[in-house]
Ligand binder design. Structure first.
Ligand code: NAD
Length: 517
């Protein structure tokens, strides 16, 4: 197999111009399906990162001075360009991740959905808002939204286009500049997104990419930016959070998960099986919100396991730049080793492997079969640690209380799912789950795609949210701009303080009685 014709040396050269790099140092990426070299890209130093942040300050100040409604023209064009270029973007994503094309499509439409949402929401959310002044008429207060300045976005490899670009869009709309640090292996598709933003008319210098070793280049970005939006593992997120807090800058941390699904006794089993299989093996199980644990009421457990294993066996694992495969490759042989380690450990300690549990070297260097386990116990690595691969464990539960207790029994809290015909009961169970998103009668996608509401993690799954109001306003500082039209604080010189306190007390009583405050 060869990389698609769209990934040309000319395209790589054009995209490389968006990388801040002052030396001749380079890094190489591979075509994951084969392991062959895909692209050679410039590599940034720590100084390049600091320079990129400094260079963004001028363009950012000019951009922040524009009316948010004017800024939207760029994103209107960007939305169209993303959809028009979907095949090229899907090629790039597949080449650098090895995922099945249907998930490359999900990866690329996410920024289009996010852009469309904030095109409507951002001008409204960024508008100055009149707030109650301390004293009606005398004091007038307005809440303004001031951009943070230069935002650092650090993104992982699993959804490289979505997570690099989607989190940059609201930051830019809010009047910031962005310095983006993608994972090196998956830098091409976010670079293409940056190129589209400039083609859509984004003023020069508002988004720059830095590429290189995570702790070095990512660390330098945390040291220089005014705010950091980080997506990645819980371990790195904790380091980034500590480093950002040390500088007294804000950050949002979108981290790992060990996401549970609960199947209630009245669930439509076929629907639950279809949803569970999709969410367990979506993106080859390398999806922060994918399902790794399924708790099934004992009355339907045997039926569920039988149908789940049968449906898993029908999945087509394969390589190819078309829509024929259901499951693609893992990102690397390193990731495959980590996944195999979880399965081998479970098998050695007595788990039952119903299907899968083997590498597929016959397809490519990092393929692994979708794997279904039962009899998983707390001493096994895959019981509570994130596997981040196509591996799911199914457990029987006696009742709703046991399902909730087991689902909540990890430090994570990213996503959860509940299947049941009685939607009120399913919602009640869902509300007891410690997770930032809960899907009823779906595994993960419905809540994630509902961008009007926030998405993010509780516990070790993160801090802050993307999407919704917070997904935009986190890139701003609020400013309380207050005008004293008639002097009431401090009292005019001519008014003795004893008189002033009496008037003020009466006024406060009256205002409270009138419901003003
Ligand atoms: P990772 O933490 O290894 O890397 C993420 C990014 O951080 C990369 O760009 C990396 O180069 C950079 N980085 C590494 N060390 C750094 C440091 N010390 N300082 C600053 N930056 C550093 O994560 P990964 O393996 O690329 O991604 C997989 C993880 O991401 C999984 O745990 C997955 O659940 C999680 N994830 C979470 C979400 C979410 O929205 N919650 C979405 C996707 C992935």
């Amino acid at each position: 197999m060869t990389p698609p014709a769209t990934v040309t040396p000319e395209l790589v050269a054009r995209l490389s111009r968006h990388v801040a790099a002052s030396t001749d140092a380079t890094v190489s990426t591979v075509e994951v399906f084969t392991g062959a070299t895909l692209a050679t890209l410039p590599c940034s130093t720590e100084h390049d990162v600091a320079d990129a942040v400094a260079a963004a300050r001028g363009p950012q100040a000019a951009w922040a001075a524009t009316d948010p409604r004017e800024r939207m023209a760029v994103f209107e064009k960007f939305h169209k360009l993303v959809l028009d270029n979907r095949e090229t973007i899907a090629d790039l994503i597949q080449a650098e991740t090895g995922k099945a094309r249907r998930y490359a499509f999900e990866d690329l439409i996410e920024p289009a959905i996010t852009t469309a949402h904030y095109l409507k929401a951002a001008p409204r959310l960024l508008r100055p808002r009149k707030r109650k002044g301390m004293m009606p008429f005398a004091i007038q207060t307005t809440e303004l939204r001031v951009p943070k300045g230069v935002v650092g976005i650090i993104s992982p490899w699993n959804f490289p286009f979505a997570l690099g670009i989607s989190d940059s869009i609201p930051a830019l709309m809010a009047g910031n500049a962005v310095v983006l640090k993608p994972d090196t292996q998956t830098a091409l598709s976010p670079l293409f997104g940056v190129d589209l933003l400039y083609r859509a008319g984004l003023p020069d210098g508002l988004i720059t990419v830095v590429i290189g070793d995570g702790p070095v280049v990512g660390g330098a970005l945390v040291d220089a930016a005014d705010y950091v939006g980080f997506t990645g593992s819980t371990r790195t997120g904790a380091e980034v959070g500590a480093r950002a807090t040390g500088r007294l800058i804000g950050c949002s941390l979108e981290l790992g998960g060990k996401n549970p699904m609960v199947v209630l006794p009245d669930a439509n089993i076929d629907l639950a099986v279809a949803g569970g299989v999709t969410s367990a093996f979506a993106n080859t199980g390398q999806l922060c919100m994918h399902i790794e644990r399924i708790y099934v009421h004992e009355s339907v457990y045997d039926t569920f396991v039988g149908r789940f294993v049968a449906a898993t066996g029908k999945l087509k694992v394969g390589a190819g730049y078309d829509y024929r495969s259901d499951v693609g490759s893992l990102i690397s042989t390193r990731q495959r080793k980590a996944v195999a380690e979880h399965v081998d450990d479970a098998r050695a300690k007595g788990a039952t492997v119903h299907i899968g549990g083997t590498a597929r070297d016959d397809i490519g260097p990092a393929f692994y079969e979708p794997t279904v386990l039962t009899d998983v116990t707390p001493d096994m690595l895959c019981h509570a640690q994130e596997t981040f691969g196509p591996v799911v464990a199914i457990y029987p539960v006696r009742d709703d209380d046991e399902a909730v207790a087991m689902a909540n029994d990890t430090p994570y809290g990213l996503n959860a799912s509940v299947y049941g015909r009685d939607v009120d009961r399913a919602k009640a169970v869902g509300a007891r789950l410690r997770a930032g998103t809960v899907n009823v009668n779906d595994g993960h996608a419905a809540a994630y795609a509902s961008i009007d509401a926030p998405m993010g993690g509780m516990g070790s799954s993160g801090l802050g949210r993307r999407h919704g109001v917070e997904g935009l306003l986190k890139y701003t500082e609020s400013q309380n701009l207050t005008v004293q039209r008639i002097q009431v604080i401090p009292p005019p010189k001519a008014l003795p303080y004893s008189r002033y306190t009496a008037i003020m007390t009466r006024s406060l009583r009256l205002l409270h009685k009138l419901g003003v405050r």
